[in-house]
Ligand binder design. Structure first.
Ligand SMILES: O=C(O)CCC(=O)C(=O)O
Ligand SMILES: [Fe+2]
Length: 318
């Protein structure tokens, strides 16, 4: 299998006009093998991406003491400095800085949900309204793309196209702009310092925009690392452990990592587009044939994601 077929480029254009079948078939083929694809015609305007990139790089280039004013009070929202986060199982913290925002619920919606740490308000640099505007514009645009994509994913699993919509009333959407500083010297020691250490994502679906630097690598079926080379005007899409579980292991949540060997800074925007906190994730929803047992008990999306986050924190302090 060549790299092109391992991480195929899928045109989302038909799905924008309601034709999910064609896109769904291609998504199915990608998600059963690599769990990754690129999508073109994702619908997010180039200016929207470029503006968030500009605003974010301006922010990341500020002195650390200035950025630290926006460090998280809760739910990892705001600015997270280098060495702040460590991937589960990793020897060292990730060599990246990131700024994260999440959903802000109306008081009525908040009341409907159990109190949880993923809820909260976003943190914004008060003197940078253009940063906030760019972030929120992208947040909305990428959610629209996510909704269309999920209709195609529903089709790919022989589910009605509204299947995911019903589980995404107030989605757990976390969007991060990520800055990987130039890091050549980091390869001299025997323990590699990853931009992001090898991992699978926790949730359902990840939509990633990456600049032209390169560095994202995905494990192939022989457990070798292959580059997810930057392709202009595309997003990289991958599934996480929760959709793998929901699909009763039909779809693969694949290992990936970031190694910024370029000697230059790298910039990406990751969106973890996950269901409602109280959405029940049950493989039986697929309408499994009698001969196929469900591999997993039902679990709520929020409980599952919180458990994965806290397990990772336990390993960090162990
Ligand atoms: O920045 C990237 O290319 C990927 C980041 C990633 O895999 C993650 O944050 O989970
Ligand atoms: Fe990831």
């Amino acid at each position: 299998m060549t790299q092109d077929t391992f991480i195929p480029v899928i045109d989302l254009a038909p799905a924008h006009t309601g034709n999910y079948a064609l896109v769904g078939q291609k998504i199915h083929d990608a998600f059963v093998s690599s769990g990754f694809c690129y999508i073109k015609n994702h619908g997010i305007p180039t200016e929207c991406i470029e503006e968030l990139k500009k605003q974010s790089l301006d922010f990341f280039h500020l002195p650390l003491s200035e950025k630290e004013r926006y460090r998280p009070k809760q739910a990892v929202r705001g600015f997270n400095a280098l060495n702040r986060t460590i991937m589960y199982g990793a020897a060292r913290p990730d060599y990246k800085e990131f700024y994260q925002i999440g959903p802000e619920l109306s008081p009525e919606s908040e009341q409907k949900l159990p109190k949880n740490e993923l809820q909260g308000v976003n943190i914004w640099p008060e003197d940078r309204p253009a940063f906030r505007d760019a972030f929120l514009a992208y947040y909305k645009a990428v959610a629209e793309c996510g909704q269309i994509l999920l209709k195609a994913v529903a089709h790919s699993l022989n589910l009605e196209s509204q299947f995911f919509e019903k589980k995404y009333h107030y989605p757990l959407q976390r969007t991060q702009t990520i800055w990987y500083p130039p890091a050549e010297a980091r390869f001299e020691s025997e323990i590699i310092t990853y931009g992001v250490a090898p991992h699978t994502d926790y949730g359902c679906i990840t939509l990633l925009w990456q600049d032209d630097t390169g560095g994202l690598e995905v494990q192939n079926l022989q457990n070798e690392w292959v580059s997810a080379v930057p392709i202009p005007d595309t997003l990289v899409i991958n599934i996480g452990d929760l959709l793998c579980r929901w699909s009763n292991d039909r779809y693969r949540s694949n290992m990936h990592r970031v190694l910024n060997k370029s000697g230059k800074e790298r910039f990406s925007i990751a969106t973890f587009y996950d269901p409602d906190f109280d959405a029940v994730i049950d493989p039986s929803d697929l309408g499994l044939p009698e001969t196929e047992a469900s591999h997993y008990e039902p679990v709520t999306a929020g409980a599952y994601i919180m458990r994965r986050i806290s397990e990772s924190q336990k390993k960090k302090s162990a």
